[in-house]
Design a protein around this ligand. Structure first.
Ligand code: AMP
Ligand code: TRP
Length: 326
């Protein structure tokens, strides 16, 4: 089984990214051949400061290793170091329909009908499909918000295969977790936790200090009925805290809810602070060791070389099917 996934090199990698996607990356190392990318070409769909981008690429690489990804067992690399991503992306762009791309909710949210929205935002899902299909990936671990993009990837693969044969592209499956696939903002549990929300209190970043973690959880928006129960519709705040708790401690939300039955929100929050602080401590410690070390860049160069060997083979196969080149 081959696994592929990617994370954008932006600051503020948060517990939503970790619980929805990154912790799956680690577990899957025992199940298959894993390829994890830092998708810098996706990051420039909106203008980025170049030196900040470079530094965020290394931050995500160090975080990958800090959570337990092993650059010897898995391939860790930067997207723009492998030219095949952009090349396959163009081929797939020619197979995608403008209609289906206009229906992508992420595009609609980010462009909001703005005539000057970069075309890269529109083509973002095609580049993501190229990332995945370039490695014949079987499984793609992601959070719930990527479901529509995975569906498009599958549709494109099937469309290409219908034209050129089933041996052209591997049709991948998304892999979503039960707890943590959609972590909501702490200060507004009706919208998802995001890297870009203005308020720092909306998220817990993996590198936040203990005081900030405590503040964000203790201030998290809840409700006034005082009952600890999992009910996303009526009690989005408490449900979000229960699911973060469950995901960090490897327990089901029902189990956690049963434990706090009859207690106040304060005790649930206090314990969640402890669970979160304990879970993030080793990640922060390893990050601080790895980030300044020269091994980081060496690992990424080695990863790019190994990724390129696979990508070049798949790209040549696809180009051949399309009749491209001499
Ligand atoms: P991104 O930072 O957008 O590159 O996202 C990296 C990964 O984290 C993707 O697999 C997303 O689906 C996942 N993710 C992002 N936000 C959340 C969230 N609030 N809850 C769960 N997963 C998330
Ligand atoms: N679009 C994904 C996100 O925003 C990041 C991504 C890019 C990705 N290419 C990918 C995820 C390929 C999985 C596979 O989270």
């Amino acid at each position: 089984m081959r696994v592929f996934s990617g994370v954008q090199p932006t600051g503020n990698i948060h517990i939503g990214n970790y619980l929805g996607a990154l912790r799956q990356f680690v577990a899957l190392q025992d199940e298959g051949e894993c390829i994890y990318c830092i998708v810098d070409l996706h990051a420039i769909t909106l203008p980025k400061d170049p030196s900040e981008l470079r530094s965020h690429i290394l931050d995500v690489a160090a975080l990958y290793m800090a959570i337990g990804l092993d650059p010897k067992r898995s391939i860790l690399f930067v997207q723009s170091d492998v030219p095949g991503h952009a090349e396959l992306s163009w081929i797939l762009t020619c197979c995608a329909y403008t209609g289906e791309l206009s229906r992508m909710t992420q595009f609609k949210d980010k462009s909001r009908g703005n005539e000057s929205a970069p075309a890269g935002l529109f083509l973002y899902p095609v580049l993501m499909a190229a990332d995945i299909l370039l490695y014949d990936a079987d499984v793609v671990p992601v959070g719930q918000d990527q479901k529509q993009h995975i569906e498009l990837t599958r549709d494109l693969a099937v469309r290409v295969n219908n034209r050129f044969g089933d041996d052209t592209l591997v049709v991948p499956d998304g892999r979503f977790l039960k707890e943590g696939a959609r972590v909501m903002a702490l200060d507004d549990p009706t919208s998802k936790m995001s890297k870009s929300a203005e308020s720092e209190m909306s998220r817990i970043s993996l590198l936040d200090d203990d005081a900030k973690i405590k503040k964000a959880i203790m201030r998290a928006t809840t409700d006034s009925d005082g009952e600890i129960r999992y009910d996303i519709e009526r009690k989005p705040g408490i449900s979000n805290l229960l699911s973060i708790y469950g995901a960090f401690s490897g327990r089901s939300v029902d189990d956690v809810a049963a434990q706090y039955q009859g207690q106040g929100y304060g005790s649930l929050k206090k314990d969640l602070v402890e669970v979160t602080v304990d879970a993030l401590r080793p990640i922060k410690e390893r990050f601080c060791e790895i980030r300044p070390s020269g091994e980081l860049v060496d690992a990424l160069r080695d990863g790019a070389e190994r990724a390129n060997a696979i990508a070049a083979r798949v790209l040549a196969r696809v180009q051949g099917k399309f009749g491209l080149g001499v």
